[in-house]
Design a protein around this ligand. Structure first.
Ligand code: XUL
Ligand code: CO
Length: 479
């Protein structure tokens, strides 16, 4: 009887837990308000009604809400497309972007917003964000602490707001494969950071920034984040006349060293990433480009502790191309993540547009493939809708287009590799070094006297064509 009673209880418990688990699954799939404590944030039902899960329909599809090139589970060059790409949605652009610019008011009026930055709306937005990721089929996201939760009156209150939204995000992540690609602290919006954060002239601001990063690292780890990012938004100067550059750089290094120490204390396993940008908002930012950031890391003994997050629009602002900075990072073992976006050739600032140039995407993917992928990093769409794009479905279209462009880039790289003629062209170009003397030079073992003797012996060198047009012809025929 007792045994029977126990087994009945066990059975009832099992049925109940299955029912609960199933309803939780359904909740996660539908993300209905009822699943998350009813309409505690005042929004019932879907945020994107009428838009269902985006599917791969192939290149002939005319449906804007479908993938034409990105087929998540398809294998290319020995890896599933989703594992090459590791796409993520940038919370700030997608859910906090208002369309405002220095000349004009916000243009977006997403139905779930009420014009405030209350905790209630922050939670509602987070649920909209998860529905967006689920429908898009993207399982990573990037955030700043202040994007996802509002400031309070004190740091304690602000941290409590953050904890509340993070708890909801954690709940929404459960049972899914969604997690942050990276988290970061927003150290540039609040007026306290007007002189910078780690490079502020005020020690109390330095301390505040440290406290903020400490908390942001903790919540990133709690959410299973794979990386933690530093973008030095105001770590730079407006005028050298009032700036002690050496002192500021020393402070920045101390700050980053303390972050490394705290990462170790936390046992956070992800990469720490630095995101170079030459200017904007300051006239000159210290993490100018990949090479400058690498030099900084080496000078301060931090090179083993950080990788770089290369943002295409930042690379072009620094006077390079995106592929240049990707290759600079890659050959130095620093390519950790890519903020996939593009600028406008006619506009001289960070327009953060979705990348739709197939040739550029092919070059980007060439670096990614040469790097063996980006994991634990990935692609973050640090890109926003144009001010004039105001439909909710535009958020989907923009991401689909950006994802398809990079997927197409990957397919083109596979074609180039299979074809082999570009690799062969480059190999041939340097083949004079595939000789005994060439190998000795590359090993740093040949002195000037030996080379002078060789030159006397060889006479005037034969200098072959670089074959640039042929390289371009091979490249464009893969597009
Ligand atoms: C700004 C920028 C940031 C970082 C994160 O230009 O790229 O959004 O990616 O702080
Ligand atoms: Co960025």
């Amino acid at each position: 009887m007792k045994i029977k009673g126990t087994s009945v209880l066990v059975f009832v418990a099992l049925v109940l837990s299955t029912v609960i688990a199933e309803s939780t699954q359904t909740c996660r799939a539908n993300l209905e308000a009822a699943c998350n404590g009813g309409s505690s944030d005042g929004w019932d039902g879907e945020f994107f009604p009428g838009i269902s899960k985006i599917k791969y329909e192939g290149p002939t599809s005319k449906n804007p809400l479908s993938y034409k090139w990105y087929n998540a589970d398809e294998e290319i060059l020995g890896k599933k497309m989703k594992d090459w790409m590791r796409f993520s949605v940038a919370f700030w652009h997608t859910f906090r972007g208002t369309g405002a610019d220095p000349f004009g008011a916000p243009t977006k009026s997403w139905p779930w917003e009420d014009g405030t930055n209350s905790l209630t709306i922050a939670k509602r937005r987070m649920r909209a964000h998860f529905e967006f990721m689920n429908k898009l089929g993207v399982d990573r996201w990037c955030f700043h602490d202040r994007d996802i939760a509002p400031d309070g009156k004190t740091l304690k209150e602000t941290n409590a707001n953050l904890d509340a939204v993070v708890a909801l995000a954690k709940e929404l992540q459960e049972g899914t494969s969604i997690k942050p690609l990276w988290g970061t602290a927003q150290l540039f919006l609040h007026p306290r950071y007007m002189h910078g954060a780690a490079t502020s002239s005020e020690v109390a601001v330095y301390a505040y920034a440290a406290a903020q990063v400490k908390k942001a690292m903790e919540v990133t780890q709690y959410l299973g984040g794979e990386n933690y990012l530093f973008w030095g938004g105001r770590e730079g100067y407006q005028s050298l006349l009032n700036t002690d550059m050496q002192r500021e750089l020393d402070h920045m290094a101390s700050f980053l060293q303390a972050a490394v120490d705290y990462k170790k204390k936390l046992g956070f396993k992800g990469n720490l990433l630095l995101e170079p940008k030459p200017q904007e908002p300051t006239k000159h930012q210290y993490d100018w480009d990949a090479a400058t950031t690498f030099a900084f890391l080496q000078k301060y003994g931090l090179s083993g502790e950080f990788k770089l997050n290369i943002e295409c629009n930042h690379a072009t602002l620094s006077g390079h191309s995106c592929p240049h900075d990707l290759e600079t990072a890659r050959i130095n073992g620093l390519l950790g993540n890519i903020d996939a976006n593009t600028g406008d050739p006619q506009i001289g600032w960070d327009t953060d547009q979705f990348l739709t140039d197939i040739a550029e995407a092919t070059l980007v993917m060439l670096s990614v493939v040469r790097n063996g992928g980006l994991a634990p990093g990935g692609f973050n769409f640090d890109a926003k809708l144009r001010r004039e794009s105001t439909d909710v479905e535009d958020l989907f279209i923009a991401h689909i287009s950006g994802m398809d462009t990079l997927a197409r880039g990957l397919r083109n790289v596979a074609k180039l590799i299979e074809d082999g003629s570009l690799t062969e062209l480059v190999r041939k170009r340097y083949q004079s070094f595939d000789t005994e003397i060439g190998a000795l030079i590359e090993a740093g073992k040949v002195d000037f006297e030996t080379l002078e003797k060789k030159t006397m012996e060889w006479g005037e060198p034969y200098v072959p064509s670089a074959k640039q047009e042929l390289a371009e012809m091979i490249f464009q025929s893969a597009l």
